[in-house]
Design a protein around this ligand. Sequence first.
Ligand SMILES: Cc1cc2nc3c(=O)[nH]c(=O)nc-3n(C[C@H](O)[C@H](O)[C@H](O)COP(=O)(O)OP(=O)(O)OC[C@H]3O[C@@H](n4cnc5c(N)ncnc54)[C@H](O)[C@@H]3O)c2cc1C
Length: 261
Amino acid sequence: MDVVILIKQVPEIALIKVDETANEVVLPQGPGTVNPFDEFAVEEGLRLKEKHGGKCIVMSVGTDRTESALRNCLALGVDEAYLLSDEAFNGSDPQATGKILTAGLKKLATYDLVLAGKQAIDSDSAQVPGAVAAGLDIPQAMFVKKIESVADSKAVVYRTTEDGFDVVELNLPAVISVVKEINEPRLPSLKGKMAAKKKQITKWSASDLGLDGNEIGANSGTKTTKVAPPPPRPKGEIIEGDTPEEVADKLFSKLRDNQVI
Ligand SMILES: Cc1cc2nc3c(=O)[nH]c(=O)nc-3n(C[C@H](O)[C@H](O)[C@H](O)COP(=O)(O)OP(=O)(O)OC[C@H]3O[C@@H](n4cnc5c(N)ncnc54)[C@H](O)[C@@H]3O)c2cc1C
């Protein structure tokens, strides 16, 4: 069973700044890290490989800096890494990113399951896995907290909902995005880290993928018209009183006056 995991390299969130004058988000220049939700997807892919055999592959749309994120996955026991990278990809919105990954998966051709994180912590759109499933025209289940079984070209998964979960059966190949409840990711061993340094990362450009720039990069459908930092939080209010009952009464009155209760 061959599993492809879509991973995104994300910057360290605490270091992100907003430049309102230039209308852009200024990302830190450090090596970044694997999107935390994708670590759960990698762990699940490795567990499926350990149980069913086959290969575990990671794929990312990024730049040369993304290599470090891919090597972190190789250090965990992933077999192959693919970096989809080209100047023409700069400015791609989530749908365009989905289109690039779709082209990468089509070129790869053999996979039984595509795993992804539920969302990227820097852009939070949670669109890419669905866009990939649509592009490949295969089934999808998003926000999965358990893969119950994988057998006979079918997977049974627990999909998180607002009220609980649905049990869903999918024909394979399929795209599944995972939430953090699904597992506890392992840490890389020193041996794994050393081996990862020597492993090859396959790079595919726009022309390797047969992408002509239409609807990707600067030609994406989404245009960012304004960027602004979140408004500062309003000051909190401390409710004073001689007894807990008095404080509770004052709080109750305030909540009622403001029609909260
Ligand atoms: C107009 C516009 C221009 C942009 N320009 C740029 C740019 O120049 N450079 C840039 O880096 N970003 C750019 N972005 C942001 C970028 O498009 C998104 O970060 C990216 O498309 C993924 O969307 P997301 O982060 O919301 O992922 P989500 O949909 O929240 O991610 C869910 C899951 O999909 C998978 N996934 C997401 N992104 C990738 C990826 N790149 N590779 C592999 N798997 C992935 C992961 O498994 C992830 O957990 C731009 C966005 C917009 C709207």
